[in-house]
Each structure stands twice: as structure tokens, then as C-alpha cells.
Ligand binder design. Structure first.
Ligand SMILES: [Zn+2]
Ligand SMILES: [Zn+2]
Length: 165
């Protein structure tokens, strides 16, 4: 109707097999591999003309969007839907005051961001930019250096080992 393509991210995540076998330990919720999803969407999003439908926006690059709409509804409807899907709402980070609505968002936060040093280093000589997330590095390469890298080749300097358990 609008001439725009509707991208339902929760479905696309399944198509790209972005849901990891790994489950959030506490809440038993499948974890979304955000970097893999973003890599898979990059081409489509750069062409433009898309509507991206998802419950959160924190990990999408800003450069993809011209406008963001927040759809609101009665909390009761939303709550029932979350309960029916086995997602129950508040997922606080154990290490900082951040609270997430989804277990997968909290998992990614504790894995890549919270109290972590940035582990992605810009591969360009004489550039000292570092990022905590692969997607930020991708944006940096494009915007600052006008480079399009094969992101699969960009690896963190070191893998984080969780010693909290
Ligand atoms: Zn945190
Ligand atoms: Zn750089």
C-alpha cells in the first residue's frame, strides 16, 4: 500500500537463524545474535524503502532510519502478550542500574557492554577508534573512512570470558 517493504524482525531473525542455541541462563529465553541479524539486514537497509518492525531499537544503527514511530497500547494487552510468550518484563543488569524489557537485550548488554573495555579496534592505520559493538565499528568505518568492510572478518581483539559464575 505504501510501496515500502515491511520487515518483521522477529520473523527475519528466525529466517537468518539469528537465535542462538544458547539460552539466557536465568530466564531460559533464546538469545538473539544481534550482529548476525544486522549483517544480514545491511544490504536491504542500505537500499532503503523499508519499515522495520521490532520491540526495541537500541542495537540498530541510526544511519538506517529517517523516522522512528513508537506504537503504544494498553499495558494489559502488552503484559498478557509477554506472559504468553514466556517473557515477563523486567530484566535488571546485575552490575549496573540498567533494566531491560527483554532477556536477550540484557544478555547482550552484560556480554558486550557493561563494564567492558571496547574490544573492536578500527583496522585503519593511525586511527585509534575502539567500539564495544561490531555494529558501531561498522558505522565508524562507513562514516569516517568511507570503507565497507566484510564484517565477518572483523573480530574482537579478545573474547570475553565470564567468570562471574
Ligand atoms: Zn550493566
Ligand atoms: Zn577508524
Amino acid at each position: 500500500m505504501t510501496g515500502l517493504q515491511w520487515l518483521e524482525i522477529s520473523k527475519i531473525a528466525k529466517e537468518f537463524s539469528c537465535l542462538e542455541d544458547e539460552f539466557d541462563e536465568v530466564y531460559q529465553f533464546p538469545v538473539l545474535d544481534e550482529d548476525k541479524l544486522l549483517d544480514g539486514l545491511e544490504e536491504t537497509m542500505c537500499v532503503g524503502g523499508n519499515i522495520v518492525d521490532y520491540h526495541s531499537c537500541e542495537f540498530f544503527p541510526e544511519r538506517w532510519f529517517d523516522v522512528v514511530f513508537v506504537l503504544r497500547t494498553d499495558n494489559t494487552l502488552l503484559y498478557d502478550r509477554l506472559v504468553s510468550r514466556g517473557e515477563r518484563g523486567r530484566y535488571p543488569c546485575p552490575n549496573c542500574p540498567k533494566v531491560y524489557s527483554y532477556a536477550s537485550s540484557r544478555f547482550n548488554h552484560t556480554k558486550y557492554e557493561c563494564g567492558k573495555e571496547p574490544s573492536f579496534r578500527c583496522p585503519v592505520d593511525q586511527c585509534f577508534y575502539k567500539a564495544k559493538r561490531k555494529t558501531s565499528m561498522k558505522g565508524h568505518l562507513k562514516n569516517i573512512h568511507s570503507l565497507t568492510y566484510d564484517m565477518a572478518a572483523i573480530k574482537p581483539e579478545y573474547e570475553f570470558v565470564d567468570i562471574s559464575t
